[in-house]
Write a protein that binds this ligand. Structure first.
Ligand code: BJW
Ligand code: ZN
Length: 236
């Protein structure tokens, strides 16, 4: 922790890559693990274009269920502490989450790498739609099925998002990985770009991940607790 505080004292740019673990304390389930979303369903079934083609209504139902949970959720202490970091640094947030909780804190520089669950788009003509609260899967004026505007397995991330994420990773004096299992690419490659450019890479997680052996510091604990301790250490 002392090494980190020392690095932060000389840092200008601080980048966060967040995953579903950061929203766990807002009551939103993670994907993998004991009580993860994929305990009962396979990712291929629910988060892939093939799964959507096979059973679009099942996928729409699953997203409706998640939207209901997320609609009631608020940013937790971890999201709010990241916003607080803006008082000391240029803060850049790259999130894999589709829940919009970082946006709710008003953080200035944000990329939602995997999209946003409250946006939709036509799977045929790509026309964009806002939030749609319908039990039955809606159709576009072109006749195509409407789907959530999120990134599924095998789909490319938006060019603009990935290029900002790369820039913010390369620029980072300190790069935090918060609440992500670090197994989904290309997001999981970002800490390597930070490290290559001399950034100090810190992982905050309740357990080790496949990225742990490659980073500078692993801080074990919940995102809200650990981030709060860091901020207090910084302002001491
Ligand atoms: C806490 C905590 C607390 C809990 N405090 N911590 C290179 C190598 C191998 C494979 C590939 C590769 N490059 C691409 C691939 C294929 C694939 C991939 O990565 N597969 C791997 C699984 C092997 N990637 C893709 O397909 C990507 N697309 C792509 O590469 O396109 C290329 C292309 C180019 C041109 C044309 C066509 C294609 C797209 C990936 C999209 C991922 N989408 C999802 C769904 C999003 C929509 C939705 O939400 O429904 O994104 S999958 C899911 O995983 C979701 C998440 O954002 C993502 C990451 O999960 P996350 O956030 O890390 O959650 P968990 O549950 O895994 O982990 C939670 C962590 O929190 C745990 O570690 C806990 O311990 C921790 N935790 N409580 C702190 N309180
Ligand atoms: Zn359409």
């Amino acid at each position: 922790m002392d090494r980190l505080i020392e690095r932060l004292k000389h840092a200008e740019n601080v980048t966060f890559l967040t995953g579903s673990g950061i929203s766990r304390e807002s009551g939103i389930p993670t994907f993998r693990g004991e009580d993860g979303l994929w305990k009962n369903y396979s990712p291929e079934e629910l988060a892939s274009p093939e799964g959507f083609m096979r059973d679009p209504q099942l996928v729409w139902d699953w997203y409706n269920w998640r939207r209901d949970i997320i609609r009631k959720a608020e940013p937790n202490k971890a999201h709010l502490t990241i916003k607080e970091f803006e008082k000391n640094f240029n803060v850049y947030v790259i999130t894999q989450n589709v829940d919009g909780l970082h946006e709710k804190t008003g953080v200035k520089n944000l990329v939602e790498l995997h999209g946003n669950i409250f946006r939709n788009r036509c799977s045929r003509c790509s026309k964009m739609y806002g939030d749609i609260q319908s039990k039955k899967i809606p159709t576009c004026e072109c006749g195509g099925l409407i789907r959530p505007d999120v990134v599924w397995f095998g789909e490319p991330l938006k060019e603009k998002d990935i290029s900002l994420a790369l820039e913010w990773s390369r620029n980072a004096d300190v790069f935090f990985l918060v609440g992500t299992s670090g197994i989904v690419y290309p997001a999981a490659s970002l800490p390597f770009f930070a490290k290559e450019n001399g950034g100090f890479v810190v992982e905050i997680n309740i357990e080790e991940t496949p990225l742990t052996p490659h980073i500078d510091l692993h801080l074990e604990g919940s995102a809200s607790q650990v981030l709060d301790t860091i901020l207090k250490g910084l302002n001491k």
